[in-house]
Design a protein around this ligand. Structure first.
Ligand SMILES: Nc1nc2c(c(=O)[nH]1)N[C@@H](CN(C=O)c1ccc(C(=O)N[C@@H](CCC(=O)O)C(=O)O)cc1)CN2
Length: 282
């Protein structure tokens, strides 16, 4: 058996086509959405991600405001750029690309929560805990959207998330246990005693530990859906957390690349468009 593909690249194309229509409608009403990015340093991966985000924006009519700073930039210099984007009316929302090597909690906290298209500001993460509306973190919500658009049943599913990071694992547990998703979630991490025993129970596995190949075929229930979120670079090549032999057992697998990564970009675009639409119809 070979698993079916949870195709993030194709889904991104579909979502961009849908959003292009919404952006065109906004422009007709005189609203031009704009994405800002703050990038610190020379990490080639981060440069690629930021470049891809601006390319996506250009394709669907969102304008770009790009602020690239050298690796020597200080906390105060980055905070000054954040203040500038907070005050810029042409900037609907913006992100500080991680990692920065600086105090990221302080940087995230300085972003105007209403412009936080990453959904990672403490106020917006707090809203997620409380079940209030707000921008949602892009990778977790993109993972759910990928499953939904491929018809994978989430309600009632046993989900095992491997990884408790702030950008993926923790918020994903909160999203999946909302009434609208109704999944049962087990959050595993480096302190989990028997990871394989937990993963074996799962209808849906989300591998977001950043450990190449940590989820192997012997751990996966036949027919399960497996999302590969982890990104490591092995010999310069993107390598995920899901071992290739999982494709022989699972029902669905998201490849890596071309799985969850493009969905992160799709949800960033969605967050910008939603904030812009709110400015027209609050
Ligand atoms: N401020 C943020 N920083 C980071 C986030 C984030 O959500 N907000 N997540 C990751 C990186 N990330 C988004 O910025 C991201 C990851 C992957 C992709 C993507 O499209 N990947 C491609 C392949 C890329 C490659 O070949 O290297 C794919 O998976 O097909 C986009 C964005 C950390 N930082």
């Amino acid at each position: 058996m070979t698993a079916q593909t949870l195709d993030g690249a194709a889904t991104l194309r579909t979502i961009k086509a849908e959003l292009a229509e919404r952006v065109a409608a906004l422009r007709e009403q005189g609203v031009v959405p704009g994405l800002g990015t703050v990038l610190v340093g020379d990490d080639p991966g981060s440069h690629w991600y930021v470049g891809a985000k601006h390319k996506d924006c250009a394709e669907i009519g969102i304008t770009s405001i790009r602020r690239d700073l050298p690796a020597t930039a200080t906390q105060a210099e980055v905070e000054a750029v954040i203040d500038e984007l907070n005050a810029d009316d042409a900037c609907t929302g913006f992100i500080v690309q991680q990692p920065t090597g600086l105090d990221e909690f302080a940087l995230l906290s300085r972003v105007d929560p209403d412009k936080d298209v990453d959904g990672l500001h403490p106020v917006n993460l707090g809203k997620l805990v409380l079940g209030e509306a707000g921008p949602l973190p892009c990778t977790p919500v993109g993972s759910i959207e990928l499953l939904r658009r491929h018809g994978v049943e989430i309600a009632g599913a046993e989900v095992v998330v491997v990884g408790r990071g702030i950008t993926v694992g923790r918020p994903l547990g909160l999203l999946l246990t909302r009434r609208s998703e109704n999944a049962t979630v087990t959050l595993c991490h480096t302190g989990t005693r028997d990871l394989a025993a937990h993963v074996r129970t799962a209808d849906i596995v989300v591998a977001a530990a950043g450990v190449p190949g940590i989820v192997t075929a012997d751990m996966v229930k036949p027919g399960a859906a497996v999302l590969d979120v982890g990104v490591s670079r092995v010999d310069g090549k993107v390598t995920g957390d899901v071992h290739p032999d999982v494709w022989d057992v699972a029902g669905w697998v998201s490849p890596n690349p071309k799985g969850v990564g493009p969905m992160t970009r799709a949800m960033l675009l969605t967050n910008i468009v939603e904030i812009a639409e709110k400015s027209v119809r609050p």
